[in-house]
Design a protein around this ligand. Structure first.
Ligand code: FMN
Length: 373
């Protein structure tokens, strides 16, 4: 793995007020170690170790906005309320002390329940049309008032993150959660301004979220928006079947104020439109960059041989070569690369890659999820 192209990973990146020492991002990963929604010293130490381990940008686990049913597990952290925000202040201070940069990933789960817990919030789940998946009812459809309050809550969370000193903020718009439930025709059957037969129409809710966040953080603070075609409800679902449709989806989001698109795939090397540029063609982040001109983050099984859905099925994953990634980074197909499980299991992963110490890279084992180390 001591490729001459390794340097492409260690180029700095700059956008607005964000300055990163390298192109490596820790992917957002829910850990559920914040009892009562408050991240404690163990959470601060967990992120501090990744900052010390030379991660360029840390994106936090999903942390929820102030809506009664925004989370689906009692140990998911809040991003609202005095105690939780004091906990996050300790996190960002610890990361900065260790020379890192960080964004919170602000989140609302929509109608998705968590199969690993019996816990349910006091209020019913909320979503565009009271559907968690096509034809599968759960909770209630959001009223105009619910929508207005949700938009305001995203704005407040973003304003707090800037006030606490976070370097940028990520909006979770992927994986079948609330924003994605609006994007997806399978779960958005509204006949008002937030529904419609095209992805451009169904993007209006996310556009309003981006605008609310932009109004809260001002023009110079970068906003990252995480998106995916796939949904946990349906891995094969797609919002955009062609580049034109993808442009219809993404360009208005960038125009609304999303600075960086974080394009989630389960396997980063998979071509987004193989019918156009072949099996080795541009991936999702590559197409998103080409169509919008915005910088993009790619993600999905970097350095590992089994994808992360396999992780939830209990599968271990041995290390894999970075050559394909380095070739794409050298071509600037996308700007940044997010790494999930490899950095979750090994805080020193980036430092090991940089120094060529690949013999000490570890297998990823789902057992590591049991602890916050
Ligand atoms: C334990 C775990 C928790 C995750 N939680 C989140 C989350 O809160 N928000 C999110 O956008 N993605 C989440 N993901 C997806 C990751 O951010 C990432 O996209 C995925 O793991 C693929 O990257 P990897 O193959 O490098 O692990 C999670 C993944 C794992 C393994």
């Amino acid at each position: 793995m001591t490729s001459p192209q390794l340097d492409t990973l260690f180029r700095p990146f700059q956008l607005k007020t964000l300055n990163l020492k390298n192109r490596i991002v820790m992917a957002p990963m829910t850990r559920s170690f914040s009892p009562e929604g408050v991240p404690g010293a163990n959470v601060a130490d967990y992120y501090r170790r990744r900052a010390s381990g030379e991660v360029g940008l840390i994106i936090s686990e999903g942390t929820v906005i102030d809506r009664p049913s925004s989370r689906n597990d009692p140990a998911i952290p809040f991003f609202h309320g005095e105690q939780a925000l004091a906990g996050w202040k300790n996190v960002i201070d610890a990361v900065h002390e260790a020379g890192g940069k960080m964004a919170p990933q602000i989140w609302h789960v929509g109608a998705v329940s968590n199969p690993f817990t019996e816990w349910r919030p006091d209020a019913p789940a909320e979503s565009p049309s009271g559907l968690v998946a096509p034809k599968k009812e759960r909770g209630k459809a959001m009223t105009d008032e619910d929508i207005a309050d949700t938009l305001a809550a995203f704005g407040r969370a973003a304003a707090e993150s800037k006030r606490l000193g976070f370097d940028t903020v990520e909006i979770h718009g992927a994986h079948g959660y609330l924003l994605d439930q609006f994007f997806w025709d399978g779960t958005n059957q509204r006949s008002d301004h937030f529904g419609g037969s095209t992805v451009r129409e169904r993007s209006r809710f996310a556009i309003e979220v981006v605008k609310s966040v932009r109004a809260a953080v001002g023009p110079d603070h970068p906003i990252i928006l995480r998106l995916s075609q796939w949904k946990q409800q349906d891995f094969a679902a797609r919002l955009a079947h062609t580049p034109d449709e993808m442009a219809d989806w993404l360009v208005p989001l960038v125009e609304a104020g999303a600075d960086i698109l974080h394009c989630s795939q389960r396997r980063f090397w998979e071509a987004e439109f193989p019918q156009i540029d072949g099996e080795n063609g541009l991936n999702f982040a590559g197409w998103a960059k080409k169509l919008t001109g915005a910088p993009t983050i790619s993600v999905g099984s970097v350095g590992l041989s089994v994808d992360f859905i396999g992780t939830f099925g209990g599968e271990s994953s041995p290390p894999a070569s970075l050559d394909n990634l380095l070739e794409r980074m050298a071509r600037d197909e996308f700007d940044l690369i997010a790494i999930g499980r490899a950095i979750l299991s090994d805080p020193e992963w980036v430092a090991k890659i940089r120094s060529g110490d690949t013999s000490s890279l570890k297998d990823f084992s789902p057992a590591v999820l049991a602890e916050l180390h």
